[in-house]
Write a protein that binds this ligand. Structure first.
Ligand SMILES: CC(C)(COP(=O)(O)OP(=O)(O)OC[C@H]1O[C@@H](n2cnc3c(N)ncnc32)[C@H](O)[C@@H]1OP(=O)(O)O)[C@@H](O)C(=O)NCCC(=O)NCCS
Length: 244
């Protein structure tokens, strides 16, 4: 995919209950067997942390073309290897903690007919803006390794992630997240255990808000998943985050 300008007719705004049916419909199209949000989940998100729930809307048609769902967590309450269900309280966000410093990305999706047009990119810009506004130190999420199932007989999930970081292979989710300025902290083997595409595996990813984070917040990182610095590759740091 070549670099592109996000479409100018798309706006990002906070989710309202009127959006719920379209979010559920889009989730069904995207995740099919994996399952998606129910009305009960979306009502809970809206009640607990309305600011964290965003939708992308096409202003020409009024239709919803993307969405994202986030909550705040106190990272010390969790282990890097915890699952999506642990970090989101089974999708209900009742573990949302305003004392936390981490925006946890529970989901991001773009309508299948609209993918590859820069909409995911502007949703992530809105997430970073929210993180800065709330003075949170970071965004973390589990990026499910969508294409790993195709490589499972050839390499471990860790090697798969390393090869994506090096740009040797592409993954529909992780390659996108890396382009959004995220770096990989580790690999979790049972993040979404019923996800056949990824065989349940995900990469734990992080974007650091340097306006709020201190040196302590990034000190002592395992360098295993650091991106090699080649002349041909842009480094994954805030230099890539052009929305400062
Ligand atoms: C992942 C997803 C949100 C990306 O949204 P999108 O609107 O298609 O992505 P964009 O068009 O904004 O792409 C942004 C950048 O990522 C890159 N990118 C997107 N998909 C990519 C892929 N499959 N491989 C490599 N790069 C990719 C684009 O080239 C673009 O880079 P550029 O800025 O250099 O042009 C979307 O594809 C989606 O909804 N996937 C299914 C749901 C899902 O798996 N969500 C993640 C749950 S962990």
């Amino acid at each position: 995919m070549s670099p592109h300008r996000p479409p100018s007719n798309i706006i990002i705004r906070q989710t309202t209950p009127e959006d719920f049916n379209q979010i559920i419909e889009m989730g069904r199209l995207i995740y099919s067997d994996l399952g998606t949000w129910s009305m009960k989940h979306l009502e809970s998100h809206q009640h607990i942390f309305p600011q964290g729930q965003l939708v992308a809307v096409d202003q020409d048609t009024g239709k919803l073309v993307g969405s994202s769902a986030s909550l705040i967590v106190l990272w010390d309450d969790y282990d890097l290897r915890d699952s999506w269900h642990d970090f989101t309280d089974h999708g209900m966000f009742t573990n949302h903690d305003t004392q936390g410093h981490t925006l946890y990305g529970a989901d991001v999706m773009v309508h299948p007919h609209q993918q590859g047009r820069g909409i995911g990119k502007i949703i992530y810009k809105a997430r970073r803006d929210l993180t800065r506004r709330l003075e949170l130190r970071r965004i973390r999420a589990g990026a499910r390794l969508r294409n790993y199932g195709k490589f499972k007989d050839q390499m471990s999930p860790e090697d798969y992630v390393l090869r994506i970081i090096c740009g040797e292979i592409g993954d529909p989710t992780l390659s996108f997240q890396i382009k959004q300025g995220f770096r990989v902290l580790g690999v979790v083997r049972d993040y979404l255990h019923h996800d056949e595409e990824s065989c349940g595996h995900a990469a734990v990813i992080e974007w650091v808000n340097h306006q709020a984070a201190t040196r302590k917040d990034t000190y002592g990182r395992d360098r295993k998943f650091a991106k090699p610095r080649k002349r041909s590759m842009k480094p994954i740091d805030d230099a890539e985050d052009s929305d400062q």
